[in-house]
Design a protein around this ligand. Structure first.
Ligand code: RB5
Length: 148
């Protein structure tokens, strides 16, 4: 699977571990930085990661900021991006199975590298169930994007 990875400076401390995890999962990584710990703006990284998915350069994304919150808010502004901030394993798989999440957001100031590693593996291993009720709900989310 092609997976985009992007972090702001708040997410940078998880970056190296996440690159290892993605390689270990056999992912083809689209590495969107940031490449130094210098301060940057998370919306720029959310946009780059979302575009990688919308343009078909990646199937899923992992987006990391300090809390995971700003990254989630920004990524969800791109129509077709369904980003969830998941700091537990249950949310990481259910967000894909039920909600067809294509972006996992993490907060490097909230969880440590090994919890993040497990969550990323679970996110990548999960598949959308395709159940009719979940298709209907995801479809209603898309209608909200168009409506507003
Ligand atoms: C950056 O200081 C920080 O605000 C950002 O990484 C993120 O936590 C925003 O939600």
């Amino acid at each position: 699977m092609k997976v985009a990875l992007a972090c702001d400076h708040g997410g940078y401390p998880l970056r190296e571990r996440l690159l290892e995890v993605l390689a270990g999962c056999g992912a083809e990584v689209v590495d969107l930085g940031t490449f130094t710990p210098d301060p940057v703006d998370y919306p720029d990284y959310a946009e780059a990661l979302g575009l990688a998915i919308l343009q078909g350069r990646a199937e899923r994304g992992v987006l990391v900021c300090g809390s995971g919150v700003g990254a989630t808010v920004a990524a969800n502004k791109l129509p077709g991006i369904r980003a969830g901030c998941c700091h537990d394993c249950f949310s990481a798989h259910q967000g894909v199975e039920d909600d067809d999440c294509n972006v996992l957001c993490l907060g490097a100031r909230v969880i440590g590298p090994e919890a993040a590693a497990d969550i990323v593996k679970i996110f990548l291993g999960a598949k959308f169930s395709g159940a009719e009720r979940h298709r209907r709900r995801v479809g209603k989310v898309a209608i909200l994007e168009e409506k507003y």
